[in-house]
Structures are given as structure tokens and as C-alpha cells.
Design a protein around this ligand. Structure first.
Ligand code: UDP
Ligand code: MG
Length: 315
């Protein structure tokens, strides 16, 4: 609650060279709260992620309105870290995090809040229009979601970006995740809680350039896969076992045939190749064992919470 007796909603956005978009974004947020969410107050936390344009000056000018808050990172740390820096400062009853380039339309904030008031702790958004993204980006994006969902313990829907509403209790758990290589899109579903989703039509970027280069997208995809799917590591070992068993069987068969009939069933060359495959299989099994240790070390190192309690009674 704020001194006006209204519930406070925090909004958090990272900004990388968004000097033109920020005032427009703030204007839209003010309008949405005035028209659709009059029963709520908001704070808008903008994190300047080492911009090279006037982003920080613009945030400072805007912060004459006490609801606008700014944090400036010392250099470009990337969208995920910038978002985290902002989320760390949010004090509202709920937090909405989104981009600052107007692609995540503030007009649906009221729908997010409505779902939250209905009792959902996490409200995801799903982008239904992808007209803006090119063929290559779409191809890689589709492939990424297929791979991550095949290997991961949490389900990450296609079209779910870093645009969500979280209840403050969910945020308090999210803040415990201090992993350097972070993938918020995996962490938030991992947290659990009562979740729902709403659809929206993404807007085109009108001002400024996408700071998310193709390379940055690939890095993020790699982080997502490596931090949320340890199963590929186990496949190395399984493949090794399969290879060892089949090649050992075939080598034994070939050698036995020679011993019994004194002629080659497989040529000596093929027999040698099979034996070689057997040795490779052994190496893969060893690698698989090492990978298992690696995945255990990984889980200990990132130090995620063991479990998340959503409610309790009489304890
Ligand atoms: N962004 C950031 N740091 C970066 C790149 C981007 O904080 O290094 C911000 C950017 O200002 C925007 C959001 O992250 O608010 C999404 O970036 P962008 O629009 O470039 O990505 P896209 O919409 O193409 O996925
Ligand atoms: Mg964008």
C-alpha cells in the first residue's frame, strides 16, 4: 500500500539506447494507470544497461515524477542482468517486467493485473503475432523452443518473452536466484505457483534499433539450454553404452566365427573397425560418467533453492 491507500504495482524495464522510447513508454503507462487502473499506484523502474545515447539523461529528466525510478549500470551487462537489477529494487504488491521499446504494449497491463486479482501469482504473456520477426530468427526461435522443451524439466512456451506479472511473493523467491548465466524464462516457470497466461499482439519496434543482436539471441538460447537441460549430458553416456554393447557383440561374433570356421564372416578390416567402435564406446561411457559429475557440480554451484513453499499451515 502507498500513502494514498492504493496498491502499488512495480514495473521494471531494461533500456539499452532507448532515448526516444522511454518518454513514450512512460506516457503510455501513465495513461493506462489513469484510465484502466485508477485503483493502483505504480512505480516504474528503468535500468539503463550501459547505453551510449541519452537514455540516462532521459531517465533523469523523467524522474522529476517520483514514480519514475532509474538505475544506471556501469556498462552493458545484457538484458537479463539489467532486468534482474531492476527486479531487485521493486517493492510493489506485484511486479510487471517488460521491454522499454513499446513492443510489450502497456495497454494489456490492466489484463495482467486483473488475472492477478483473480488469484494468479504468475501471469505469463504469449505473443500471438510474429509478423515483425524475420525468417531466420523465427527458424532459430522455433528450433530453440523444441530443443529446450525436449530436454528441460520445465516447460517454456513458444512466444513467452520476458514480459510477465509476478506476485511479490514469487518475486521474493526469484530474488534468491543469483546465477550469473541467467535465463529468466526458465527460472520463472521453475518457481511454480499458480500461473496463467494472456495473449497479446506484439508491436513493431518503431524507434531505435534492436539491441538484441542475433549473436545476443544465440547466447541467450545457449544459456537457456545449458542451464535448464542437463539431460543431453546423460545421452553421451547412454550412447556410449549402446555403442559398446553392439560393437563388442559384433566383434566377438566375428572373432568366434573365425576361430570356428577358419574363415572371415566380416572381413578383418570390418572386424577391426568394430573393435575400434568398441573402444570409442568405452571412451564415451567415461565421458558420460564425467558429465554426470559435471551436472552434479553444476547444480551445486548455481545453488538454486531446493524447494519453494507456496503456503503452509500451523508451522
Ligand atoms: N536491452 C538491454 N540490454 C541489451 C539489449 C537490449 O537492456 O544489451 C533491452 C532493450 O532496451 C529492450 C529489451 O532489452 O527494452 C529488448 O531488447 P530488443 O528490443 O533489442 O530485443 P527484441 O525485442 O528484438 O527481442
Ligand atoms: Mg524489442
Amino acid at each position: 500500500m502507498t500513502d494514498t491507500g492504493k496498491k502499488l504495482i512495480s514495473i521494471v524495464s531494461p533500456a539499452y539506447n532507448e532515448e526516444v522510447n522511454i518518454p513514450l513508454m512512460i506516457e503510455e503507462i501513465k495513461q493506462v494507470f489513469a484510465q484502466k487502473l485508477p485503483k493502483y499506484d505504480f512505480e516504474y523502474i528503468l535500468v539503463d544497461d550501459g547505453s551510449s545515447d541519452r537514455t540516462w539523461q532521459v531517465i533523469q529528466e523523467q524522474s522529476k515524477d517520483a514514480r519514475i525510478k532509474g538505475i544506471r549500470l556501469s556498462r552493458n551487462f545484457g538484458h537479463q542482468i539489467a532486468m534482474t537489477a531492476g527486479l531487485d529494487q521493486a517493492v510493489g504488491e506485484a511486479v510487471i517486467y517488460c521491454d522499454s521499446d513499446l513492443q510489450h504494449p502497456p495497454e494489456i497491463f490492466s489484463e495482467l493485473v486483473e488475472k492477478w486479482e483473480q488469484g494468479f501469482d504468475v501471469v505469463h504473456t504469449v505473443r500471438i503475432s510474429t509478423e515483425d520477426i524475420g525468417f531466420v530468427k523465427k527458424f532459430f526461435s522455433d528450433a530453440f523452443y523444441k530443443i529446450i522443451n525436449a530436454f528441460s524439466d520445465v516447460r517454456i512456451e513458444k512466444g513467452m518473452a520476458d514480459f510477465k506479472l509476478l506476485d511479490k511473493k514469487v518475486l521474493s523467491h526469484l530474488k534468491k536466484f543469483r546465477e550469473v548465466n541467467r535465463f529468466l524464462r526458465g527460472i520463472v516457470p521453475w518457481l511454480g505457483f499458480k500461473a496463467t497466461q494472456i495473449e497479446y499482439i506484439a508491436r513493431k519496434r518503431i524507434h531505435g534499433r534492436a539491441g538484441f543482436s542475433f549473436r545476443k539471441s544465440l547466447v541467450l538460447a545457449k544459456t537457456g539450454i545449458l542451464t535448464f537441460s542437463l539431460k543431453p549430458l546423460k545421452f553421451i553416456g547412454y550412447f556410449g553404452i549402446l555403442l559398446t554393447i553392439t560393437s563388442a557383440g559384433l566383434t566377438l561374433f566375428s572373432v568366434s566365427w573365425f576361430v570356428i570356421y577358419y574363415s572371415w564372416y566380416f572381413s578383418p578390416m570390418v572386424t577391426l573397425t568394430l573393435f575400434n567402435a568398441f573402444l570409442i564406446g568405452i571412451v564415451l561411457i567415461c565421458l558420460g560418467i564425467m558429465s554426470l559429475y559435471l551436472s552434479y557440480i553444476y547444480s551445486e554451484v548455481v545453488n538454486r533453492p531446493l524447494y519453494i513453499v507456496s503456503e503452509s499451515t500451523n508451522v
